[in-house]
Design a protein around this ligand. Structure first.
Ligand code: CA
Length: 359
């Protein structure tokens, strides 16, 4: 009896001691907790892309047992949407969640790592980045800024956007003021349109007040959340400008290197998990939201006419060739991207393409 009591007492003491050691703010391991700030380009808690960094932070906090605590801030809370890269680069914050095409002015090749018009699908982007050499090119592109990029989710195929007039020929794009980002904006300009750069949070008001004529944001899931169907009549497809869009985690290089190896690996692994998880979420939510938009809100779906798409594709090729000419870094990335797309299209022709088109 005495022996059993002693065993019980020892067991209780052990449990008590372990609990004390792992208590946040207590002595020992928890006292070494590292606190990071993560800023995003999205409204706080916005469906999909806004929640993904919260999931990432929660995963890291829990799997590190409180040794790495990451706090997430929405657009404008610490820095504006388009200052995320600079904030991470300067070390004002340790992490960011955004999309690479927002840094095009500073880094002309950056859009290859978010989205290219008529480019790779989400599955293909993930393959190129992680097994086709894309990630290494991305890392060396951001290296001079002291920023380490990681894929941070994918929206899947986007929609072509919201218009208040029908698009029947290329002439209908001329003079049109439209919000769209990245190389898509450059192509739109070549088509005679006027591209406008706006963050997500500014988009609804600009469209509703007529400050812009048309806008693309993401796809049904996110467009419904912003209520864009209340600001424009026609919802166009396909999203030629963004056949898939990779989001990114940005990590300050010094902050990452200062972590012990296991926490560095945890950040990398959690980012990879969120990258896939967000695509899974968009795949389900986009199809559900499109149904709601069409059935409950009577949204008029329209397809861009084939000749318009053919011309936009021609302008895309023209743009990419031209911007490669005087930029060897961009040319190297474009060569890798283009080769990967050609290879994957060959395989698609005898695999998924045939299954989708099969009788
Ligand atoms: Ca978009």
């Amino acid at each position: 009896m005495v022996r059993r009591c002693r065993q019980w007492l020892l067991g209780t003491l052990c449990v008590f001691t372990l609990a004390a050691c792992s208590e946040p703010g207590g002595e020992g391991e928890a006292a070494k907790a590292v606190e990071w700030k993560l800023v995003t380009s999205w409204p706080k808690g916005f469906p999909g892309m806004g929640v993904a960094p919260e999931r990432f932070a929660d995963t890291v906090n829990r799997l590190s047992n409180g040794r790495l605590v990451i706090r997430v801030y929405g657009a404008g809370e610490l820095v504006p949407s388009f200052d995320v890269f600079n904030a991470v680069s300067k070390g004002t914050v340790q992490m960011g969640h955004s999309a690479a095409f927002y840094w095009q002015e500073k880094i002309p090749a950056a859009p290859f790592f978010s989205s290219v018009p008529f480019g790779l699908s989400a599955q293909e982007m993930n393959a190129w980045l992680h097994y086709g050499g894309g990630l290494a090119l991305w890392q060396s592109l951001y290296e001079p800024y002291g920023v380490v990029p990681m894929a941070g989710g994918n929206t899947g195929a986007q929609m072509g956007g919201w218009f208040n007039k029908e698009i029947q020929t290329m002439d209908d794009l001329k003079g049109l003021k439209m919000r769209l980002p990245g190389y898509g904006a450059d192509v739109f300009k070549r088509a005679g349109g006027i591209p406008v750069s706006l963050s997500g949070g500014e988009l609804f008001t600009a469209l509703e007040t007529g400050a812009i004529d048309a806008a693309e944001w993401v796809g049904p899931y996110n467009d419904l959340a912003f209520g864009l169907h209340n600001a424009a009549k026609y919802y166009y497809y396909p999203g030629w400008q963004e056949p898939s869009t990779t989001l990114e985690f940005l990590v300050n290089q010094q902050a990452l290197q200062s972590l012990p190896d296991d926490l560095q690996q945890l950040v990398i692994t959690a980012a990879r998990a969120v990258n896939q998880d967000l695509l899974d979420e968009y795949t389900v939510k986009n199809m559900q939201a499109l149904d709601v938009l069409v059935r409950e809100h009577d949204v008029a779906l329209r397809r861009f006419p084939a000749p318009v798409l053919v011309e936009l594709q021609r302008l895309t090729r023209e743009l990419l060739v031209e911007i490669s000419e005087n930029d060897p870094v961009l040319a190297r990335i474009y060569a890798s991207y283009r080769q990967f797309q050609a290879d994957t299209q060959l395989y698609n022709r005898v695999s998924s393409g045939e299954i989708v088109n099969g009788d």
